[in-house]
Write a protein that binds this ligand. Structure first.
Ligand code: NAD
Ligand code: TYD
Length: 354
């Protein structure tokens, strides 16, 4: 059997693919456009694994995606592919609309054709389309508001969140109107190995080690509910195997922390594991900078449903997960350097003359 993931060369997709091959005997096909956020080097060591196949492709390309479905006959499609960075969505929302909205509509339509082509019976009943989405679709919580539940209202504030909200609605519509067996997950902020260093945690680790400023937007009192990426991957496997068709599942880390506390925690771990040559604490590099427009103040997930229905809970606390994350970046400074310098794009030139 085979599963097909889109966006598997990005942060969460890379972790998911690697963990899938450890937990399952099934094949995984990774369909990814390799935008700036896709790093094929992350999975380069898997090219000799006969259970892994990489296909370069755009989710907006209906024919290409339909061709891979027809050839690979997967039992499930998991959609990780997206433009994912809020700051970029503010500076240039067009790519977000293309991939996150138009692309998802094409994926759904191609998946529907494929699903309808399956013979009546076990294969057709077992097929699933899983949309990997975000808690940012619910907007911002006030300090005393109840946590995000699956029935919380969609109130997206950034262009990124709005396009993810749109794609979630498309997924729902393809399920209700056409009967495509869909599942949707809405997860809080992830962190861990292979995260692109435009996001807060790897950006702070990289800047700290390079002796640069650590930029904290506004007062730094914004709250996120951090989840270690392999806990997210485990939740996705649980939803794929046992989730109820048509349902959505919120996934969160039970780790509400302010941004300034996150940055200080990283500095403290780095002070211990890799002290600055100057002998000064890394926290001296923290700088408060102009806030992000429309910056959501607080996200936090009520994960009761996935905990009770699927018996999932995070294995990592924020302090164990953050320490593992910092250790991974310290052990993989070459990876970080290649991404920060742009050298990771050499893979594309070698394989595609691009
Ligand atoms: P990422 O930006 O690291 O990776 C995105 C991947 O998608 C890249 O490999 C990129 O090449 C690929 N891609 C982009 N456009 C494509 C297109 N048109 N066709 C094919 N591939 C394309 O993102 P991530 O952080 O790994 O997030 C993965 C998914 O999880 C996204 O859908 C995101 O919305 C969601 N999510 C992320 C977080 C988080 O904290 N990172 C939290 C909740 C949900
Ligand atoms: P980010 O990792 O971009 O995720 P998201 O915006 O999807 O939550 O940012 C996490 C938090 O950190 C968010 O509140 C914005 C803040 N932030 C900074 O304060 N400084 C930075 O340089 C970045 C990238 C983010």
């Amino acid at each position: 059997m085979t599963i097909l993931v889109t966006g598997g060369a990005g942060f969460i997709g890379t972790n998911f693919v690697r963990e899938w091959l450890r937990h399952s005997t099934e094949r995984v096909v990774n369909y990814d456009k390799l935008t700036y956020a896709g790093n094929a080097e992350n999975l380069d060591d898997l090219v000799s694994d006969e259970r892994y196949r990489f296909v370069r492709g755009d989710i907006c390309d209906f024919d290409a995606f339909a061709g891979v479905l027809a050839q690979e006959k997967p039992r499930a499609v998991l959609n990780f592919a997206a433009e994912s960075h809020v700051d970029r969505s503010i500076h240039g929302p067009e790519d977000f609309v293309q991939t996150n909205v138009v692309g998802v509509s094409r994926l759904l339509q191609a998946s529907l054709h494929y699903w309808r082509s399956l013979p009546d019976g076990a294969d057709r009943d077992a097929f699933r389309f899983l949309q990997v989405s975000t808690d940012e679709v619910y907007g911002s919580l006030t300090p005393d508001a109840p946590l995000f539940r699956e029935d919380s209202r969609y109130e997206p504030n950034s262009p990124y969140a709005a396009t993810k909200a749109a794609s979630d609605h498309l997924v729902r519509a393809w399920g209700v109107t056409f009967g495509l067996p869909v599942l949707t997950t809405n997860c809080s902020n992830n962190y861990g190995p292979y995260q692109f260093p435009e996001k807060l945690i790897p950006l702070v680790i990289g800047n700290a080690l390079a002796g640069r400023d650590l930029p904290v937007y506004g007062d730094g009192m914004q709250v996120r509910d951090w989840l270690f990426v392999s806990d997210h991957c485990a939740a996705l496997r649980a939803v794929l195997e046992s989730g109820r068709v048509g349902d959505t599942y919120n996934i969160g880390g039970l780790n509400e922390i302010t941004n300034i506390a996150v940055v200080n925690a990283i500095c403290t771990i780095l002070d211990e594991l890799s002290p600055a040559a100057s002998g000064k604490p890394y926290a001296n590099q923290i700088r408060h900078v102009t806030d992000r427009p429309g910056h959501d103040r607080r996200y936090a997930i009520d994960a009761t449903k996935i905990r009770t229905a699927l018996n999932w809970r995070p294995a990592e606390t924020f302090s164990t997960g953050l320490r593992k994350t910092v250790q991974w970046y310290l052990a993989n400074t070459a990876w970080l350097d290649r991404v920060r310098s742009g050298a990771y794009r050499d893979w594309l030139a070698r394989h595609y003359d691009a």
